[in-house]
Design a protein around this ligand. Sequence first.
Ligand code: AMP
Length: 277
Amino acid sequence: MKVIDSIREYRGLLGSIARPSGLVPTMGFLHEGHRNIVQEARLGNASVTATIFVNPRQFSPAEDFEEYPRDPEADIELLDSEGVDFVFMPSVEEIYPDGFGTTINVGAVAAPLEGKYRPGHFQGVATVVCKLFCICRPDRAYFGQKDIQQCAVVNRLNIDLNLGIEVVVVPTVRDDDGLAISSRNVYLSSSEREAALFISRSLFHVLEMWRSGEKNSNRLKSHTKSMLELSPLLSIDYVSIADPQSMKEVKSATAGSVVAIAARIGKTRLIDNITLE
Ligand code: AMP
């Protein structure tokens, strides 16, 4: 496995990279969710590149960019053990040199939900993902369903700019008790972690309700909210039932609709979602 921090060096290798090549963009502090994505990429491609870059442009000034957990040595070990060929881990200056001025705005799909609560977040995501696509020129790129709106944003970007990359969405990996694994879970105290379980439990519950015949989106959402409100530590940003491509709210929840939750527990903001199927 080769660890590369310069764009010039990565571009120099492009001609010799085995194809198809898969790209797994991450912000590091890797966990089993990332491992699962890397394994999926490894299965389907002749070469795999993972990127580690904590992208300042997707954090607002009030968010946790400086404190975001980092452990590059452990990350490199995990990626090596999964047979990754290249790790691209550029500095902030390498990605955003002096004079950098382009911002990618993918439009309506980025506006609701995370877009509303984290203004500018998806501009930062779309800009860095587009740059990583331009630098690494993958055939396929892998993203986690855990960040479902991010998947929709990347799909839009890929279609609108004719990037021609196959975007693969990999299912969410959960701890045994159901909590979606996230690098930010390290911020949770044990009582906060207990509270966080209300998120996945209410998603599993709403899935059962839907399977039992309740299709009215408002009723499903209000039921989900009342479950979440049982935890005094948890404060809801949104409960949404949306189409996973457009991220528009649906009135009637059909197979393929996504129930998404964002909630704050103490200083930690968590998101999770489930597909109705
Ligand atoms: P991050 O490092 O948080 O930016 O995540 C990098 C990629 O891993 C993104 O595509 C995430 O959606 C994905 N990811 C994060 N957590 C999980 C999880 N628990 N299961 C599956 N994918 C995940």
